[in-house]
Design a protein around this ligand. Structure first.
Ligand SMILES: CC(=O)CC(=O)SCCNC(=O)CCNC(=O)[C@H](O)C(C)(C)COP(=O)(O)OP(=O)(O)OC[C@H]1O[C@@H](n2cnc3c(N)ncnc32)[C@H](O)[C@@H]1OP(=O)(O)O
Length: 652
């Protein structure tokens, strides 16, 4: 059982950035024992004040100011601040290369194919940045993107970052309410959007949603619309709207970068919980950069001649992570569309056509193409492919077998895990280590990750709560609109004081690997797409017949599906018409991925003594597991209604 499924060759390991880094750290610290990953990791978490400057120097961060202190208040969790006396510009770090090497290769379902060199990218960023400045954007302003994964999204983000503005993006599959719930909170000055986009053989309109968004967010002064579909749709009637080309016309290309504090708000990302509107998580410029460089250069072994691809929307942190690859000067391959269009080979075709060497995707997709009988080993060359990354949900042991059997045997398969909250990973790949079925190779350097039982004791060889015991640079710098930090503390530090509790169940294995078991909190994760239940409740409860509802994730065919339970007004009955209406309102206002797979009626919903509905108690009940703490429930008898539905939920 403990035999690796794959091991790096000696040549591959020795040529890796991680091996070079080990040598570099040995020289700099004079510690001859740092010969393997395990002692390097120990050093990184024991001496963060020495470790992070080594990453900084090895990766060549561009900045000015004093490097000391590395961490101010190093024992405060939260409260520690990295590099308080440093200034840098995020875009300047990502655009350090300005040559003819390809920066971006883009493909989409419509057959668009484009390539931009680093020089061309820099010129386009320069022009858009001047246009944003002319529109009044300056340091600290927010620029929002309702954009697919395409070059203009990166151009707009870098242009905003060059000015010291904050970027926030959301995928255009959200309905008006989902968009307004997000961007409405951060009051962006400029909104960048497309007119329409392709997904799964269809053209999805965005212009129609823009009016509702603009009506609800008066802060937006300018709306820049890219004619992505080429249909030259009229922008008449859209407040402050201009086409992308008109907006940028007449501006010069010279890049200017405004130096910003290390902890300046670079990105705002969204995470929906069980109540209220989504949380706006603010990530700092320097912390995001340093952490991404560590993960890309060391853990992913990214080099200049690599072509890196990740299947992601601009609403998932893998987009932000992928874009940081520009700092290495590598080529970033972008794809907009369904990874199943026209068939399950779409991404393998892309890999062969564009020479992808690092291909990132999700556990759900790998399981889906296996089921569809896709066997790229027989049909594709995949000559350049050396690493496959997977995230979103746990990659099951059988998927490791599939990849090595039917995709490619000489490939490092790295399951990686972290999240929006940290815009990076807790555990991930490593070019020096073997791959064990079902395991993430290691905890990330500098990440003091552990597994805790309910009493806050570290456990090994069994699942516990994923915790991080020490500060790391990509902790959020805070939440937006949370001046006293109470929402931020409540999100991660209430479970164990002074310790980050992430909301995942994790096991740390005997050989230092990590197995993620799934969410320990009420977050839904169907197909690896993270969804907060509140977004569903806010829609369902607009349906007049529904008094209240509760949504949980049910294990289903190796994945998770969303099951929604509704309590209806006296006399109302849940029939197919009502189910369809509930699905429709969710689909229209959130995204199609929020739509529950099953909807059932219950006469009562369990709540705590303080009146909060308890998703975890319902989740345990429908899986036939004992519910802890029924004493804390005001109406434990309500669980019987869910237990009664268990057999039906298990069969269809
Ligand atoms: C380090 C970390 O920890 C970081 C992270 O986790 S970041 C998050 C990573 N998460 C992921 O990578 C998610 C992985 N999952 C997926 O990408 C997708 O589930 C999948 C590609 C595997 C399958 O996608 P899919 O085939 O479109 O199915 P699914 O996601 O179930 O889509 C449901 C519906 O939404 C629609 N849809 C999906 N994306 C859409 C879009 N952009 N626009 C419009 N409709 C869309 C689909 O067409 C489908 O519609 P129908 O119900 O009408 O058929």
């Amino acid at each position: 059982m403990d035999k690796p499924i794959w091991e790096p060759s000696r040549e591959r390991a020795e040529a890796s950035n991680m091996a070079r880094f080990l040598r570099f750290v040995r020289e700099r610290t004079g510690n001859p024992d740092l010969l393997r990953y395990a002692p390097l990791w120990e050093f990184s978490v024991r001496e963060p004040q020495r470790f992070w400057p080594l990453v900084w120097e090895f990766c060549g961060v561009r900045a000015s100011g004093e490097l000391e202190p590395v961490i101010e208040h190093p024992d405060a969790m939260p409260g520690a601040r990295f590099y308080p006396n440093i200034r840098l510009n995020f875009a300047e770090n990502l655009l350090r290369h300005r040559d003819a090497h390809p920066a971006l290769i883009f493909r989409n379902e419509w057959g668009h194919a484009r390539e931009l060199s680093y020089a061309e990218l820099a010129a386009q960023v320069g022009r858009f940045s001047h246009a944003l400045r002319a529109a009044g954007v300056g340091p600290g302003d927010r620029v929002a993107g309702l954009m697919p994964n395409m070059p203009e999204t990166i151009i707009a983000m870098l242009a905003a970052a060059a000015l010291g503005a904050t970027w926030s993006s959301t995928s255009p599959d959200f309905g008006v309410a989902g968009i307004v719930d997000r961007f409405g909170q951060i009051a962006p000055r400029v909104l960048v959007s497309i007119d329409a986009y392709p997904y799964d053989g269809k053209t999805h309109d965005v212009l129609g949603k823009l009016r509702g968004v603009l009506d609800a967010i008066p802060a937006i002064e300018h709306t820049v619309v890219l004619d992505y579909s080429g249909q030259h749709a009229s922008l008449a009637g859209l407040r402050g709207a201009q086409g992308w080309d008109d907006f940028s016309a007449g501006h010069g290309e010279a890049l200017e970068f405004t130096p910003m504090p290390f902890n300046h708000a670079q990105y705002i990302m969204y995470s929906s919980g069980t109540t209220g509107v989504p949380k706006c998580i603010v990530h700092g410029a320097g912390g995001t950069l340093l952490q991404h460089l560590k993960e890309l250069v060391l853990h992913t072994d990214l080099k200049r001649d690599d072509r890196i691809f990740y299947f992601t929307t601009c609403g998932w942190m893998m987009w932000n992570w992928l874009v940081s690859s520009l700092a290495v000067g590598a080529t970033v391959v972008l794809y907009d569309g369904s990874p199943f269009h026209p068939d399950g080979n779409a991404l393998w075709d892309l890999a062969d056509e564009t020479g992808i060497s690092i291909l990132g995707t999700s556990a759900k997709w790998i399981a889906a193409i296996e089921k569809a009988g896709v066997k790229p080993r027989q049909t594709h060359k995949l000559a350049a492919l050396k690493t496959i990354l997977s995230t979103g949900s746990p990659l099951v042991p059988e998927s490791f077998d599939y990849v090595y059997r039917d995709v490619k045997d000489r490939v490092l398969l790295a399951s990686i895990s972290g999240g929006t909250d940290i815009v990076s990973c807790f555990a991930l790949g490593n070019p020096l280590l073997p791959v064990y079925r079902g395991e993430l190779q290691c905890r990330g350097l500098g990440m003091k990750v552990d597994a805790y039982d309910d009493a806050g004791r570290a456990v090994r060889g069994e699942p516990g709560e994923l915790v991080c015991l020490a500060p790391f640079p990509s902790m959020p710098v805070g939440f937006w609109n949370d001046a006293d930090g109470s929402k931020y503390r409540a999100a991660y530090f209430e479970r164990f004081p002074g310790v980050w509790a992430h909301g995942d169940f994790v096991e740390i294995t005997a050989h230092g690997g990590v197995i993620i078991q799934g969410r320990s909190d009420a977050t839904l994760n169907p197909g690896g797409v993270r969804i907060g239940t509140a977004e569903i409740y806010r829609q369902v409860e607009q349906v007049p017949e529904v008094l209240e509802s509760i949504a949980v994730g049910q294990h289903w065919q190796g994945d998770e599906r969303v099951v929604l339970f509704v309590r209806l007004r006296a006399g109302a009955q849940l029939d197919e018409a009502l189910r369809a209406r509930i699905r429709q309102i969710i689909r229209a206002n959130t995204t199609p991925r929020h739509v529950p797979a099953r909807i059932e009626q219950v006469p009562d919903i369990p709540r705590t003594l303080s009146g909060k509905i308890t998703e975890l108690a319902v989740r345990e009940t429908i899986h036939g597991r004992a519910v802890k703490n029924t004493d804390a429930l005001a109406n434990p008898q309500a669980l019987a209604h869910f237990a009664a539905l268990r057999a039906s939920l298990e069969t269809h």
